[in-house]
Design a protein around this ligand. Structure first.
Ligand code: B12
Length: 501
């Protein structure tokens, strides 16, 4: 008797070697239509951290219809391949389907990997639903739009599926996570229970490093209705006792009328939550009047997330950011006036053209030091703002990618090799391992400066953090803060003892 195949396993690899766990919005979205057919499919979703559980799930694959893996460019590929290899070593291993940004941008190279059977390009909601139904009925994959697959050793690329409006997709099936959802509820400064949501998709701006510039994504913007967003937030507050929502849209302020209606709706419905990591650009916020800022404060916006990218105007111009350093500072001041903290996301090590494609340390340091100087200025405005430094990873298909090739970027020739990108200098002639270490050291100093600051100390007192208060009483925090401030001001990196703190 043949076993009915109705089990689907989805796996989320870690974004970095010592990764963190964030709610798997992408995987919940992928199975949102399938989950509506109650009882028909047994859907299991695993994070890379859940090793015992996924090892148990893949011990017997007889009833598994397919396995899905999501990956961004970089380490997620390495971790996803590790899992795919384990699956392939089991008897009766089902097709392995890869989705996410990387497979979408480079499908024809990705499909060549032996651990990739099918690729879903772009939005997964409808394509994965049709794919699962096709696999179950042993139909012909040629009828499923938006996939690339192998048939008798031949690679077949179907036509793209037109992008759908996200308003047509069902609500995320949170219930699939069961009690495991607790693992994704984070304690943030604004609440001990926070979860992320995404209320819109796409962004019309043209930053040249962003994957949205690639033809597959086309920067198309679609969004959920105001009432749906409010219902969604209410559901998280009521069902999971959530006190803080992170708004992870690519840009929450593209339609400011819609955003205003959401903020007003929160007040009208008396939904008391903090809003954090709200994605926006500095120039968009500067266009808003004081009433709008007031509304943000009243509705609970505690933190905005700005892709500040660089403190070096030459780099901001290179990546077509269309923002000035003055605007960034102006926005920081305005936010501080309304008690809104800013999370600045910086990207460092953008490509630099040089003679003989050798590292130009002068330009490399100029870019990093200007960014550190901007962070110093931001600290003076608001000690509680967060500043994150990411090392630039080139994405094929973006305008900046062509420039990277001109600067000597050593293009990875396989899916596997894209997995180690961002883990050292090897592929980037414009930077060095020594410089990357310096970036990581500055990153640590920037965090240390924040958590040894007076404002942070006060915030910890109100949270009853006794350890922090003891260190403060001993004067150690103040001392460390002064040392770190000195290092960041004069870019002093000798005897980096803070690395061990
Ligand atoms: C949440 C998030 C994270 C999470 C983890 C995400 C994860 N996949 O595990 C964290 C916070 C860890 C993270 C980290 C990073 N991230 Co991030 N992140 C996001 C964010 C904000 C939301 C992703 C999301 O849930 N989207 C909503 C879902 C519905 O869309 P989706 O992910 O595209 O998924 C759809 C399809 O791609 C497809 N799909 C996806 N997976 C699968 C799997 C299968 C089997 C199938 C069939 C389909 C499918 O179907 C989904 C539904 O339509 C996006 C920006 C954004 N708003 O999208 C950036 C984004 C994904 N991150 C990005 C980057 C670069 C990073 C970093 C590497 C560095 C950085 N600058 O932030 C770091 C990693 C290093 C570090 N220090 O942590 C880029 C990715 C670019 C690329 N080429 O890969 C994005 C697009 C932001 C950007 N514009 O630069 N990120």
């Amino acid at each position: 008797m043949s076993i009915e195949k109705n089990r689907i396993i989805l796996f989320s690899p870690q974004p970095v070697a010592t990764g963190r766990r964030v709610l798997l919005i992408n995987l919940l979205a992928v199975v949102s239509f399938l989950a509506e057919e109650k009882g028909k499919y047994n859907i299991q979703i695993f994070h890379s951290y859940d090793q015992d559980e996924y090892l148990e799930a893949i011990r017997n694959l007889d009833d598994v219809l397919c396995i899905g893996i999501s990956a961004m460019t970089g380490y997620q590929i390495t971790d996803g391949l590790r899992f795919a290899k384990m699956v392939k070593e089991e008897p009766n291993s089902p097709p392995i389907v890869w989705g996410g940004v990387h497979a979408t941008i480079l499908p024809l190279q990705t499909i060549k990997d032996p651990y990739v059977d099918i690729i879903v390009k772009g939005q997964g909601e409808i394509t994965f639903y049709e794919l699962v139904r096709c696999l179950q009925s042993r139909g012909d994959l040629k009828d499923v739009l938006g996939i690339v697959y192998k048939k008798n050793g031949e690679i077949i690329e179907n036509d793209n599926r037109p992008m759908a409006d996200i308003a047509d997709f069902p609500q995320l099936p949170y219930h699939l996570l069961g009690d495991k959802i607790e693992r994704y509820i984070k304690s943030l400064a604004y609440s001990i229970r926070s979860l992320p949501i995404i209320t819109s998709d796409g962004c019309p701006y043209n930053c040249s490093f962003c994957y949205l510039s690639t033809p597959q994504f086309k920067r198309k913007y679609t969004a959920h209705e105001v009432s749906r967003v409010l219902d969604h937030i209410e559901l998280l507050v009521n069902n999971y006792n959530i006190g803080c929502i992170d708004i992870r849209d690519t840009n929450f302020f593209i339609d400011t009328v819609r955003t205003r209606a959401i903020l007003e709706g929160l007040i009208k419905r008396n939904i008391r939550v903090s809003l954090a990591e709200v994605n926006v650009r500095a120039d968009q916020l500067l266009k808003l009047d004081d009433d709008y800022w007031q509304l943000m404060e009243e509705a609970g916006v505690k933190e905005i997330l700005i892709g500040t990218e660089s403190g070096d105007q030459d780099m901001l111009d290179l990546v077509n950011k269309r923002i000035s350093i003055d605007q960034i500072i102006e926005c920081e001041k305005k936010a501080a006036r309304y008690k809104i903290n800013v999370m600045n996301s910086f990207i460092t090590c953008f490509p630099i053209k040089s003679i003989n494609k050798k590292t130009d340390f002068k330009k490399l340091n100029k870019e990093l030091y200007n960014t550190v100087d901007l962070i110093n200025k931001i600290y003076k405005i608001n000690q509680l703002s967060t500043n994150m430094l990411f090392i630039y990873i080139p994405y094929p298909g973006t305008p900046l990618y062509k420039y990277c090739l001109e600067c000597g970027f050593n293009e990875p020739d396989s899916f596997k090799t894209w997995g180690i990108i961002g883990q050292g200098e090897k592929y980037f002639p414009w930077m060095s391992d020594g410089h990357i270490n310096k970036v990581h050291y500055f990153e640590k100093l920037i965090t240390l400066r924040k958590i040894t600051s007076r404002s942070y100390r006060d915030s910890q007192r109100s949270r009853g953090n006794n350890k922090h208060q003891l260190l403060a009483a001993l004067g150690l925090l103040r001392l460390l803060n002064l040392i770190v401030a000195f290092r960041l001001k004069f870019k002093v990196t000798i005897l980096p003892f803070e690395k061990y703190i």
